[in-house]
Write a protein that binds this ligand. Structure first.
Ligand SMILES: [Cu+2]
Length: 110
């Protein structure tokens, strides 16, 4: 009898701890020395400006659910120079990016 009632409880506890682990992170407050386990975020964006020498791009992006971000215009780093082929000012693109410390790095452009 005891075992039967314990099973749903264990299930509930493991599910709620999973949910906790995915809680949205507060930006910038905690020290982030590592590439936060390389979680890839995705969004659609319009390219506003490119800075090839600096390896940066300014994107007006749609909301990013995985980061709890609203739509905004911001600068990203660009991981590989060849991605600038697709980062043309005025163009609408789909991007994938990762957080690296306090920086956000575009890893893929579609
Ligand atoms: Cu943003």
């Amino acid at each position: 009898m005891k075992i039967v009632t314990a099973i749903p409880l264990i299930f509930f506890l493991s599910v709620s701890s999973l949910t906790c682990a995915q809680s949205p992170e507060d930006r910038g407050n905690k020290p982030q020395t590592q590439e936060s386990r390389a979680i890839t975020h995705q969004t659609n964006a319009v390219v506003k400006a490119v800075d090839v020498p600096e390896g940066r791009v300014t994107l007006a992006h749609e909301p990013v659910e995985s980061l709890n971000w609203p739509a905004m215009t911001m600068r990203f780093s660009v991981r590989e120079r060849k991605l600038f082929e697709y980062l043309v000012v005025g163009k609408k693109v789909g991007v994938e990016f990762v957080q690296q410390g306090s920086d956000y790095v575009v890893t893929k452009v579609k």
